[in-house]
Design a binder for this molecule. Structure first.
Ligand SMILES: [Zn+2]
Length: 85
């Protein structure tokens, strides 16, 4: 070992263009587990307004908080989906 750094073993960007992109555009709804192709926030706010977390989004204090809650929901939905499969 002479201290030479072995750099740039960058993981190649593989499996990106073979049609199996995981969660770049589609989101899974946390509640009904549907795949949402459009904006998931819109889905939550139109279909699941009776849910506690969506209520929190609606009553969020400011846009930052609102986005934060929406992000949480989005993440939860995808996570639920991933752990299930
Ligand atoms: Zn839904």
């Amino acid at each position: 070992m002479n201290g030479t750094f072995c750099i740039a073993v960058v993981v190649p960007v593989y499996s990106k263009n073979n049609g199996r992109r995981n969660y770049s555009k589609k989101d899974i709804c946390y509640y009904c587990e549907k795949t949402i192709n459009s904006r998931i926030s819109k889905h939550y706010l139109s279909v699941h307004t009776d849910r506690t977390l969506v209520q929190q989004v609606i009553s969020a204090d400011g846009e930052a908080e609102r986005n934060d809650k929406l992000y949480q929901l989005q993440h939860m939905g995808n996570f639920k989906h991933n752990t299930k499969v």
